[in-house]
Design a protein around this ligand. Structure first.
Ligand code: HCD
Length: 513
């Protein structure tokens, strides 16, 4: 009501002053009660948002000089300290408004409408254009995005899918445990020590492929097919080579012959080539009816059988899910294990919860997943400190007011997820790993945004959450997680946020088989 009174053009300060004398003269019109709050000053104009947004190329140059973009998350955190909870920025050709408070994130997402759009990573778009490949849901927009996204939600995200996903993902977790026990035995020291990033990449790819294709690839065995290893390397290389190309316009990229761009194209070629092989094999099995009815079809098989999406579109989105499911979950699991190794008390609490749930559920993994809230909270807490995505982004479709500034339609607004997670104003004692903080009374609106929000949130969220929960469950039941020294591990931006050095961990078998 008050907001509506503050029309543009109306005098600011004391907008009623002009009207008041007539009312008094009229007599019949009740006087304005003195207690009515003054109409708040109208929101400030966009131009007044603080920040350095006039020299886009200069900014980009400065970024590059300050150690490439690998510190993007730290530069953002610094900008929030310098400018406050909102600032404007221009990098290359892309301009954005950056926010950090959960309240502002709420205002942004509540206004996002039915066709939300995030920043479309230009080199990813450019690659598909170059190779004349269709976009998957990650890069699609408009009604085409919406209809496909709804179909994919039914196969990948809907809560009803949990009972089907759990056995597939649990089986892979169990294999990891088997492998870890064997490694511990063979080491001669009774435990398995090292940098687990490769092992976890394989675990994550095996997991996501089991739900996508209903097939096991055998990545947790001693011999790993070299082409699958190449796929894993290609995904990391694809992310790695995206970062330096991020702020260049697609048209420039496509015509460029730079080394990074060529490497980027080669990485995507390898990703699509391998995904196509997996997809073809499922497709062939289906046509030849080589699958027994009790075997799960997997997400791909279901999409084909439902016959509601063009095969090329299915392929595009399934490839995105396969590539998106490797580094994201495996790196989060590395961080989770590091945090648990450093907080033995929390680790014991989690183990106790898992073992109690196991006793109660008689080993029914689905029930265990439902009955381990602290474990879920531990994953949330890991993602608070170590989000995969440095920001969430939306293009506004109409005016939104953020921190009392008018943000016009068509603006790219970014929620600084990394900065928010470490902001003591949002998370008291932000530097501490305390999963318990998520279980306290009261809602925590727009604080756990690691998978985004709304219809454009992470499509792989269900798979990722279950995969990580089941993995940690199996690990906690079987091993003590330890870390050698108190080496500080920092974060670097390689499109996704990753550890800046190898994480050394030890898995020490508890008693058992
Ligand atoms: C990277 O400034 C930093 O789930 C940019 C803004 C940006 C846009 C989109 C984000 C990206 C960042 C990080 C990686 C994300 C991506 C959207 C999806 C992608 C968050 C924050 C990811 C990892 C899935 C990747 C799937 C791909 C392999 C097909």
């Amino acid at each position: 009501m008050l907001a509506r009174l503050a029309r543009p053009g109306a005098p600011r300060g004391c907008p009623r002053a002009a009207a008041a004398p007539c009312r008094r003269l009229g007599g019949a019109v009740p006087a304005v009660p003195a207690a009515v709050p003054a109409v708040p000053a109208a929101p400030r104009p966009f131009e007044q948002v603080p920040g350095e947004w006039r020299a886009g190329w200069l900014n980009l140059l400065r970024f590059w000089r300050e150690g490439g973009l690998s510190h993007l998350h730290l530069i953002m955190a610094r900008n929030f300290r310098r400018f406050g909870p909102i600032y404007r920025e221009k990098l290359g050709v892309y301009e954005s408004v950056n926010i950090l408070s959960p309240g502002d994130a709420a205002a942004l997402f509540r206004a996002e409408g039915t066709l939300p759009e995030r920043f479309r990573v230009p080199p990813w778009v450019a690659y598909r254009d170059l190779r004349h490949r269709p976009y998957g849901v990650l890069l699609k927009t408009g009604e085409a995005w919406r209809s496909e996204r709804l179909l994919l939600n039914k196969e990948a995200l809907a809560p009803e899918l949990v009972p089907g996903f759990v056995p597939l993902l649990s089986a892979v977790g169990q294999d990891f445990v088997r492998r870890a026990r064997a490694q511990a035995r063979q080491s001669g020291r009774g435990c398995w020590t090292g940098d687990f990033s490769q092992e976890l990449f394989r675990f994550a790819l095996e997991s996501v492929c089991h739900v996508l294709y209903g097939q096991r690839l055998g990545l947790l065995q001693d011999f790993v097919q070299p082409e699958l290893q190449r796929f894993i390397e290609a995904v990391s290389r694809m992310f790695h080579t995206t970062a330096p190309l991020l702020h260049l316009p697609p048209a420039l990229l496509r015509r460029s012959h730079g080394r990074t761009w060529r490497e980027h194209v080669r990485a995507w070629d390898a990703i699509f080539g391998q995904a196509d092989k997996c997809i073809q094999s499922v497709y062939r099995d289906l046509r030849l009816r080589r699958r027994s009815p009790q075997e799960p079809l997997g997400i791909l098989g279901n999409l084909i059988v439902r016959d509601k999406m063009a095969l090329d579109d299915i392929r595009a989105s399934v490839t995105e899910m396969m590539a998106g499911g490797v580094d994201t979950t495996s790196i989060t699991l590395q961080w989770a294990m590091l945090e648990l190794a450093r907080a033995p008390g929390v680790q014991e609490q989690l183990r106790a919860e898992v073992l109690a749930a196991k006793r109660e559920a008689g080993g029914d993994r689905e029930r265990m997943v439902r009955n381990t809230p602290l474990l879920r909270a531990a994953i949330k807490e890991t993602l608070r400190l170590h989000p995969v995505a440095v920001t969430l982004q939306r293009f506004t479709t109409h005016e939104v007011i953020l921190q009392d500034y008018r943000i016009p339609p068509g603006t790219l607004v970014q929620v600084g997820l990394f900065a928010m997670g470490r902001d003591p104003a949002v998370f008291p004692r932000a530097e501490q790993f305390r999963p318990q903080r998520w279980l306290g009374a009261g809602p925590k609106p727009f604080q756990g945004l690691a998978f985004g929000f709304g219809p454009r949130q992470c499509l792989g969220r269900r798979i990722a959450e279950l995969e990580m929960q089941l993995f940690l469950m199996h690990i906690l039941e079987n091993f003590k997680i330890e870390t050698m020294r108190a080496v500080e591990v920092g974060t670097k931006f390689e499109l996704i946020l990753v550890p800046d050095r190898p994480i050394e961990l030890t898995l020490r078998p508890l008693e058992g088989p």
